[in-house]
Design a protein around this ligand. Structure first.
Ligand code: SAH
Ligand code: SF4
Ligand code: F3S
Length: 453
């Protein structure tokens, strides 16, 4: 009887997430908050009593996507009781008022540093249909509140936000305006959250921050935090993203020498352009020479290390020469994964006032860049064939005797097996694969590892 009563009160929440990994972390934490006011997670839009759109503002069309998405939800619920509609994330922060004004179907907008007030907002809407716009930068208060709610993520590999915000002000970027200034969470609070995640079965942690290597809490840096987390036995792997070259200090480089077992050898280090002239125009605060020095130092402490990066193609003022410098850098470093986009002017950023490179030229350059990047990526993958990779397994594939996992470079690996490998690390012989997935067999004999370096 009591159970039945509870089920009647239970409501469903559906969250759709755009943007970076931090938005994924935030969405998980919104689920954790909402659970305490009787909302359980659903993956079916039709069943939602509350629909949350967690948005990203990094490139153009972000706001259009929001209107489009809300339009679809509206159509879906036509003639029925509408769900509570909340827009969270970076579009909410940047354009909250405009959203509420233009799309009456939206009940509330909540910025990335205010979502700890989510439950209060929902209760207010339930009671009085109040429209709310919460976009204060309460980052300390946010984490103080979130600490009361256990992180219930039970994936094998989980995200953990350790740092937020950005003081760098690259001329093209909205992040300092949507996430606020740099803030680092206390180390003891983070260790507690890692232990909670371990108790849920988590084996791999990816530490997140807009400038994750700028982490600094009472003089404790990212290297100190990594070393503390490494002491937790059941954490088998640690990754961190996104780093900024100017915060890549010696202690972090040394961490890669001393902690090869847990600290994974793939480093995401956005460079944006291969031209010093463009880096200066972007206000990136480092040169290509500085960047290559970091790469060389990291390879010296661990030759297994490989890099991934972000690139902006067609930044205002980019000439053919500048672009060819970018291609040179790509070929020199042989990034194993690149995220590349055409420059997109963002209202309110200093670069938005500059005159743009012809869009057709940018499109052509992007294509050239991406073709080269894909060739490098494939070469790297082919180099793994017939070798042994260490794979952390995450989940069984639906309706198949196959298990999915990731190697140390985050490559997707699939093996045929009837065994439940969830959360286990196994040696896998890579038999073949393509651009996206490697296929392998579990190595039964104990072998000597034969990897890429
Ligand atoms: N903090 C990280 C990345 C943050 S945003 C860093 O410093 O690199 C993620 C990526 O989005 C950036 O690396 C950049 O490549 C891309 N990006 C940001 N603003 C952009 C814009 N206006 N146009 C195109 N790409 C952009
Ligand atoms: Fe944006 Fe630059 Fe800050 Fe990265 S470092 S978040 S690109 S302003
Ligand atoms: Fe997008 Fe905001 Fe992340 S703009 S990339 S969701 S910090």
């Amino acid at each position: 009887m009591a159970l039945k009563l509870k089920n009647n009160l239970e409501k469903k929440i559906f969250i759709k997430t755009f943007g970076c990994q931090m938005n994924e972390y935030d969405s998980n934490r919104i689920y954790d908050l909402a659970k305490s006011i009787n909302y359980t997670k659903t993956n079916e839009l039709d069943k939602a009593d509350c629909y949350v759109l967690n948005t990203c503002h990094i490139r153009e069309k972000a706001t259009d996507k929001v209107y489009h998405d809300i339009g679809r939800v509206k159509k879906n619920f036509r003639g029925r009781k509408k769900p509570i509609i909340v827009v969270t994330g970076c579009v909410a922060q940047a354009e909250g008022d405009i959203l509420l004004d233009r799309e009456k179907y939206i009940d509330a907008v909540i910025g990335p540093q205010s979502f700890h007030k989510f439950n209060q907002v929902i209760k207010n809407i339930e009671k009085k249909s109040l429209k709310e716009n919460l976009t204060d930068f309460d980052v300390k208060e946010k984490f103080d509140t979130l600490n009361y709610y256990k992180n219930s993520d039970s994936s094998v590999s989980s995200f953990l936000t350790i740092q937020e915000g950005c003081d760098k002000f690259c001329k093209f970027c909205v992040v300092p305006y949507t996430r606020g200034t740099e803030f680092s969470r206390p180390i003891n609070e983070l260790i507690k959250e890692v232990k909670d995640l371990v108790s849920n079965g988590v084996k791999e942690i990816t530490l997140l921050g807009q400038n994750v290597n700028a982490y600094n809490y009472n003089e404790k840096k990212l290297s100190n935090l990594i070393s503390e987390i490494s002491k937790i036995k059941d954490i088998k792997r640690i990754r961190y993203t996104t780093s900024h070259p100017i915060d890549f200090t010696e202690d972090l480089i040394e961490a890669h020498r001393g902690n090869k077992k847990k600290l994974m050898p793939l480093i995401h280090l956005p460079v944006q352009s291969g031209s010093n002239k463009i880096l200066k125009a972007m206000n990136r605060k480092h040169t290509i020479e500085d960047y290559l020095e970091i790469i060389n130092k990291l390879k010296a402490v661990n030759p297994m290390i490989r890099f991934s990066s972000d690139f902006i193609i067609g930044y205002p003022g980019e000439t053919e020469n500048d672009f060819s410098d970018t291609l040179k850098l790509l070929n020199k470093v042989e990034f194993i994964n690149c995220y590349s986009f055409i420059y997109s002017p963002r209202l309110g950023t200093p670069a938005a006032k500059l005159s743009e490179v012809d869009h057709n030229i940018s499109k052509k350059r992007l294509l050239t860049f991406q073709n080269t990047a894909e060739k490098i990526k494939l070469k790297f993958k082919k180099n793994l064939f017939q070798k042994t990779a260490l794979v952390l397994f995450e989940n069984k594939l639906k309706n198949k005797d196959e298990f999915f996992g990731r190697d140390e470079y985050s490559n997707s690996v699939i093996v045929k097996t009837k065994e439940n490998l969830k959360g286990k690390i196994k040696e896998v012989e890579i038999k073949g694969g393509n651009q996206n997935t490697l296929f392998g067999e579990i190595n039964k004999k104990l072998s000597k590892r034969n990897l890429v370096a």
